[in-house]
Design a protein around this ligand. Structure first.
Ligand code: AMP
Ligand code: MG
Length: 338
């Protein structure tokens, strides 16, 4: 079969990225321009600044990518772009850029969901084998999913309220940690001890998750201590929170493996960059003799490589979109897109 080259485009938040990937698993080249330093000054991503910076960056990012890859846009077989979820203005800049390339170079256009990108980033490590369990831990998702083939998902566990990444970000905020919250909780936790007592979320044998109780417990604890004029030990609270939040993921993942008998596990989403989670997953994998795949750190944070990977199965099914493609700030991944 002829090799398929896909040019992927990602701009759902504060990274402008373009990548070329061969056959959905071999990275040819990727360029990522992060706006993180600009937004850090404001304590979080400022949507309008993000959109403007994407507009300024895209052509330069493309120029850099083409130089690195030694290819032209005319050499690729399709253009893929993140259409959801994310900051609407940011998504639209990427979508418009993708449509323009698709029109000018007469290439099919593929709409990719950001979470599909995180899942199919695993193909960069080794080809996903089925059936597999996928653990999706991100800013908007906390899911245990049974996959029997590409894009064939059955959610067997999900959060009943907040997503784990959202909970990391909110806890970071109440501790006055700088943006980005999740990675900063991890940094503080590395220096702290696990000695604040916090409630275990969903202390039962269901596969579902709940993070709002844990989040509220941290917020209440901080407020109560401040009202009493007591200092919070941020390192210790970050460590206590991270331990409980991650241990819950591990406990439910172990249950899912036992219930389904599936001993393959792929991990996806921004929270999979967390080193304590990665270490605990390795330990679980050794204990249960799992075939475990976690993408390297650079593919866990937002990048266009994963978008080009996720577009490949869609390319094979000729699942192309037209120029009416629009961005969606929110779209739960595991329901079929219309
Ligand atoms: P995503 O929604 O998949 O793009 O991932 C973004 C989420 O991952 C945000 O909620 C981040 O705070 C979170 N995140 C990124 N890195 C880490 C980390 N090292 N530890 C915990 N959470 C993280
Ligand atoms: Mg992401």
């Amino acid at each position: 079969m002829k090799d398929v080259y896909i040019l992927g485009i990602e701009s759902s938040c504060d990274e402008t990225s373009i990548s070329i990937v061969k056959n959905g698993c071999e990275e040819i080249a990727t360029t990522v321009f992060t706006q993180m330093d600009t937004h850090a000054e404001f304590g979080g991503v400022v949507p309008e600044i993000a959109s403007r910076m994407h507009t300024e960056s895209f052509t330069l990012v493309l120029e850099d990518l083409l130089k690195k890859s030694n290819m032209n846009v005319s050499d690729v077989d399709a253009i893929a772009v993140t259409y959801a979820p994310g900051l609407l203005g940011s998504l639209l800049v990427g979508i418009e850029f993708a449509k323009t390339l698709s029109l000018v170079y007469n290439k099919p256009l593929i709409a990719v969901h950001h979470i599909a990108g995180h899942i199919f980033a695993n193909n960069l490590v080794k080809k996903i084998e089925y059936p597999t369990l996928a653990l999706v831990v991100s800013g908007g998702h906390t899911e245990l999913v049974k996959m029997t083939s590409d894009y064939d998902f059955e959610v067997i566990g999900t959060t009943l309220d907040d997503a784990i990444g959202e909970c990391f970000d909110k806890v970071a905020r109440v501790l006055d940690l700088k943006y980005p919250g999740g990675p900063n909780i991890e940094k503080y936790a590395e220096l702290g001890k696990n000695n604040y007592k916090l409630p275990i979320p969903m202390d039962n044998n269901e596969l579902n998750f709940s993070y709002s109780g844990l989040k509220s417990a941290v917020i209440n604890l901080v407020h109560n201590e401040r009202q009493r004029g007591n200092e919070i030990n941020k390192e210790d609270l970050a460590s206590s929170f991270q331990t409980i939040a991650v241990d819950e993921i591990i406990r439910k993942t172990e249950l899912a493996i036992k219930e389904t008998g599936i001993k393959r596990l792929i991990v996806a989403g921004g929270v999979s960059a967390n080193k304590y989670l990665r270490k605990e997953l390795e330990t679980l994998s050794n204990k249960l003799n799992l075939d475990l795949s976690i993408p390297p750190l650079k593919y866990c944070t937002d990048n266009a490589t994963m978008i080009a990977c996720a577009a490949y199965p869609q390319y094979l099914k000729q699942d192309f979109t037209n120029f009416e493609l629009n961005g969606k700030s929110q779209e739960y991944f595991f329901q079929k897109k219309d």
